[in-house]
Design a protein around this ligand. Structure first.
Ligand code: BLA
Length: 508
């Protein structure tokens, strides 16, 4: 599904980057179905020395010396190369010098990629280095040191001028949390970047494929040529995949000559990237890339463990507060007393700054809350909200403008509805978290119109730090907190129901 309209800011998340129809031209690509060539990059004749007219429908013998072709065919047929991607060999191709040859299978196709040896750019002993890295990452006492080790060692392994660990927040923005850069370069450490800098189809691709490299941001793509009727090649797993022109422009505007990034996953989700820049073009051999991927994979597992540990201890704390409250509800006949009486842990229940219980026309407040009159207005507004059995927001003022007046104490609201009719609610409030965010460039100007006045948008050119103070927002409510509120709602409703029945029985 090629895009008809030119790619711009409004549709760049629809650019089908996995089927670019071209490769980065320092290497060459050939795709086979069975033993026949069905697609190749237009630079194969130039790079590998076979005339274009001889390729489609031919076997590998046309392309490689008979010995080498036999070796590759044998390896592909042996079935021992079932892992994807397959690393085959370093081999001379005719008189064109040695190439690194890698292969992978996708559906019924076999894709061969030829890359010229990067010569001096191969690290002498990747294995020893990676072994050291794994030990150092293992010994890191905390997440901060851990990502520091990752940045430092990826730089040592690859020689990139700048290596950053980039972490995504829930809203898709990303912050540079660790960095190593060559002397004289402006550091990006601590800067935050808008979610739109890495569109969602790119994030999805980066979950499938852990590593991508742009060897020279100034390249002219080599288009793919295919047999009639052949679908455009899915390059999700190709190392030579030609990348989005928008992103190339972005990198050029940043003064970058080459770029590589390695995915950091937490379970099935993209947690972050190890992003690398070089001031000039840079290629890495397949074994150095494989070492980078290994570090990325191990780092992903360890990151997940760090986060799990953090989450678990908080969840234990929540559970304790929650079971205490449930206990009180079971033993204290008066609901209000159980919720807000002495030693109540209602505030701890979801780690709030304040809470209010509106029940049977009474309003009881704990901690920092809006004043009673403001609470009544909020209650009225809540009653007009559809589907609001449990309503949560970390920027109440955006939904209910009157709340801006008390943003300081209550930018976050988690409200449990007991009876919309009577206006019975339990509410928790979170204070404003004044955040000063250092953006890498003005986030409100993600693009500018090209100089010739055309409508085509290009990424913003300013990468100067841009300060913004975010107001009217609290820390977000966590999934566990929201589900605890749902549980409390069910418990309260069944209590209310039981008491109504008891009352009825008494009256009968
Ligand atoms: C891809 N954007 C990327 C990638 C990064 C960034 C790391 C992954 C590819 C790579 O390794 O180079 C963003 N790079 C950054 C950021 C920093 C950095 C934030 O170094 C900070 C220091 N990009 C835009 C806009 C669009 C866009 C406005 O800024 C679209 C209109 C698109 N970015 C875009 C696309 C890709 C991308 C399409 C995918 C490139 C590909 O893999 O083909």
């Amino acid at each position: 599904t090629a895009l008809d309209a030119p790619v711009d800011l409004t549709n760049c998340d629809r650019e089908p980057i996995h089927v670019p129809g071209a490769v980065q031209p320092h290497g060459a690509l050939v795709a086979l179905r069975g033993d026949r060539i069905v697609q190749f990059s237009a630079n194969v004749p130039d790079r590998l020395g076979t005339p274009a007219g001889d390729l489609l429908g031919a076997t590998l013998d046309t392309l490689l010396e008979p010995d080498l072709a036999a070796q590759v065919n044998g390896a592909l047929a042996s079935g021992e190369l079932d892992r994807n991607p397959l690393f085959l060999l370093t081999a001379p191709v005719r008189d064109r010098g040695p190439f690194d040859l890698t292969a992978h299978r996708l559906d019924d196709l076999t894709v061969l990629e030829f890359e010229p040896l990067p010569g001096a750019l191969v690290h002498a002993d990747a294995y020893t280095l990676v072994r050291g890295t794994l030990a150092r990452m293992n010994a890191a006492p905390d997440l901060a040191r851990f990502v520091e080790v990752a940045a430092q060692d990826i730089q040592a392994l690859t020689g990139f001028d700048r290596v950053m660990v980039y972490q995504f927040a829930d809203d898709g923005t990303g912050t540079v949390i660790a960095e190593r850069c060559a002397p004289g370069m402006t550091p990006y450490l601590g800067l935050r970047y808008p979610a739109s800098d890495i569109p969602k189809q790119a994030r999805a691709l980066y979950v499938l494929n852990m590593l991508r490299i742009i060897t020279d941001v100034n390249y002219d793509p080599a288009p793919m040529l295919a047999q009639p009727g052949e679908a455009a090649l899915d390059m999700s797993y190709c190392v030579l995949r030609s990348v989005s022109p928008i992103h190339l422009e972005y990198l050029r505007n940043m003064g970058v000559g080459a770029s590589m990034s390695i995915s950091l996953l937490r379970g099935p989700e993209l947690w972050g990237l190890i992003a690398c820049h070089h001031n000039t073009p840079r290629a890495l051999s397949p074994n150095v890339r494989a070492a980078c991927e290994l570090i990325g994979q191990v780092a992903s597992v360890q990151l997940s463990a760090w986060q799990e540990k953090q989450d678990q201890s908080y969840q234990l704390h929540l559970k304790a507060a929650q079971s205490q409250l449930m206990e009180r509800l079971a033993h204290t006949p008066d609901l209000l007393e159980a919720l807000v009486g002495q030693d109540s842990r209602l505030l701890d229940f979801v780690d709030a700054g304040g809470a209010a219980v509106c029940l049977d026309g009474q309003v009881i407040r704990l901690g920092r809350t809006p004043d009673p009159e403001q609470l009544r207005a909020l209650q009225d507004w809540l009653r007009t909200q559809p589907d609001s059995e449990v309503l949560h927001t970390h920027s109440l003022g955006e939904l209910f403008p009157a709340a801006s007046a008390y943003a300081e104490s209550a930018s976050g609201l988690l409200a449990v509805q007991l009876s919309r009719l009577r206006g019975d609610y339990v509410m928790w409030f979170r204070p404003e978290e004044l955040q000063t965010v250092a953006w890498g460039g003005d986030p409100n100007k993600p693009a500018e119109v090209a100089q010739d006045g055309s409508a085509r948008l290009s990424p913003r050119r300013s990468f100067e730090a841009w300060q913004q103070t975010v107001r009217g927002r609290s820390a977000p409510w966590l999934t566990e907190e929201i589900s605890a509120a749902r549980t409390l709602r069910r418990a309260l409703l069944s209590l209310v129901l039981r008491r109504a029945e008891e009352l009825r029985d008494l009256n009968e």
